[in-house]
Design a protein around this ligand. Structure first.
Ligand SMILES: Cc1cc2nc3c(=O)[nH]c(=O)nc-3n(C[C@H](O)[C@H](O)[C@H](O)COP(=O)(O)OP(=O)(O)OC[C@H]3O[C@@H](n4cnc5c(N)ncnc54)[C@H](O)[C@@H]3O)c2cc1C
Length: 399
């Protein structure tokens, strides 16, 4: 598949009644320049990275040079100095439109999910040390919560660290870590108080090359092949106390707060992926014929596309409301869980229904819909499964 052919500018004009109300001229200029970057720098390498199972880490530096990383990092550290999640949403929309879900996840994880921890919880000294590299793309980030023995149940993590003078001695392992191979700074959730409970976990930043820190193989997956996902091992890693992020014992509070943005990010990507799938499918069904007529002429095709277009149209205002609330610091964990639940389930439904309209070609890698479909499956699992999102929402409903 050639990725150059799938970057579809028409998606962003919000035709078919899908009207976006939150973007202004600045966001549209940012979108145009990111579209140009994706076309020239990312799309030509898409297939190669899918085969290699990893994206070229130099691309982070290229993205950093063009201002597509660390938008929320202060200008004095080389960032954009703008805390406006609309820019993050624009990046997701462009990546989804280009069919670059796998490779793009490295960027969205770095920008949407890990950078906020550094921006919010770093000390002045840590800011000087890490933020310039995070904004320039020279320091690629990851966050390691999940362990081989526990994912949904974060309170059961076994990775632990003991303070010894001015160092923590870290032991344990993590798995399924996005940017697991490429990352230079990994936020590791570790138990620093053996008593258990809410105040027993801390965030420690493990750096590439620390003694006792090893990475496993790049994990083979059903989709998102160009995204490196790895297991990480920590054996008596001496992490300087100066690498503690925020306060000792506060990890659970930080995660609860920051997971709202992570979940909204996944929800928005789900919507963007559904919008892209709809556009590709509309083009395809108009061209492809069967029984002497375009596929688009069959009532089933029309009804399928009508359903999909309606779901997307109804979802967009909700996501945009969530972005506005996030920007105002008002997005609740339950509403973020709704965005993640709905956006990821929508992505799964829409890419599946659209793939069906491509017939056999939909199952080949010739068209981007196949990759969008396989890439979509994980969205209902990572960042908290759909079932966990429902438990969060239900708790709020019943409160
Ligand atoms: C490609 C990929 C990238 C990832 N990236 C990262 C990353 O960067 N960092 C990171 O820390 N993790 C990452 N993860 C891990 C991901 O977040 C976890 O896989 C996810 O949270 C689920 O945890 P688990 O796999 O242990 O499943 P389990 O917790 O074992 O769940 C198994 C099943 O049980 C269900 N279940 C569990 N508890 C309940 C309950 N209380 N009620 C109802 N049903 C329940 C789940 O919904 C699921 O269906 C990634 C995973 C993948 C595959």
């Amino acid at each position: 598949m050639s990725y150059q052919t799938v970057n579809h500018p028409v998606i962003h004009q919000r035709i078919r009644g899908i009207v976006s109300t939150i973007y202004d001229e600045t966001h549209e200029m940012f979108r145009s320049s990111f579209e140009a970057f994706v076309s020239s720098e990312l799309a030509p390498h898409g297939d190669e990275w899918e085969r290699a199972g990893i994206m070229d880490r130099d691309m982070f530096v290229e993205a950093g040079k063009h201002g597509f990383l660390g938008m929320s990092v202060d200008e004095e550290f080389g960032g954009g100095g703008i805390d406006d999640f609309r820019f993050n949403a624009v990046l997701s929309e462009v990546l989804a439109g280009a069919g670059l879900g796998g490779a793009g996840l490295g960027f969205t994880l770095h920008n949407d999910i890990t950078t906020p921890y550094f921006v919010e919880y770093c000390t002045d000294e840590q800011r000087q040390r890490w933020l310039p590299g995070i904004a320039s793309g020279e320091l690629i980030t990851a966050i390691a919560m999940t362990e081989p023995g526990t994912g949904s149940d974060l309170q059961s993590i076994a990775t632990h660290a003991t303070l010894d003078g001015d160092e923590y001695i870290l032991n344990g392992s993590k798995t399924f870590i996005t940017n697991g191979i490429n990352s230079d700074l990994i936020i590791v959730v570790a138990r620093t108080n053996p008593d258990g409970g809410r105040n027993s976990m801390s965030l420690l930043v493990v750096e590439r090359g620390m003694d006792g820190f090893e990475r496993g193989q790049n994990i083979e997956k059903v989709g998102q092949h160009s995204q490196d996902t790895a297991e990480l091992f920590f054996t008596d890693v001496r992490v300087p106390a100066a690498n503690l992020l925020g306060e000792d014992g506060r990890a659970f509070d930080y995660l609860t707060f920051n997971l709202a943005q992570e979940r909204l990010s996944i929800g928005i990507y789900g919507l963007a992926a559904a919008e892209a799938a709809l556009e590709w499918t509309v083009d395809y069904v108009k061209e492809r014929t069967a029984f002497g007529s375009p596929i688009a002429s069959f009532q089933n095709t029309k009804f399928e596309l009508a359903d999909v277009a309606t779901e997307i149209a109804v979802t967009r205002p909700f996501m945009e409301q969530c972005i506005t609330e996030l920007n105002a610091g008002e997005l609740s964990p339950a509403k973020a869980a709704q965005a993640k639940l709905w956006g990821s389930e929508l992505q799964g439904r829409v890419t599946d229904r659209c793939l069906q309209l491509f017939g056999g070609y939909g199952y080949t890698t010739e068209y981007p819909i196949s990759r969008a479909w396989t890439d979509a499956r994980i969205a209902r699992i990572y960042g908290g499964t759909s079932e966990i999102m429902k438990t969060i929402i239900a708790k709020d409903v019943l409160a």
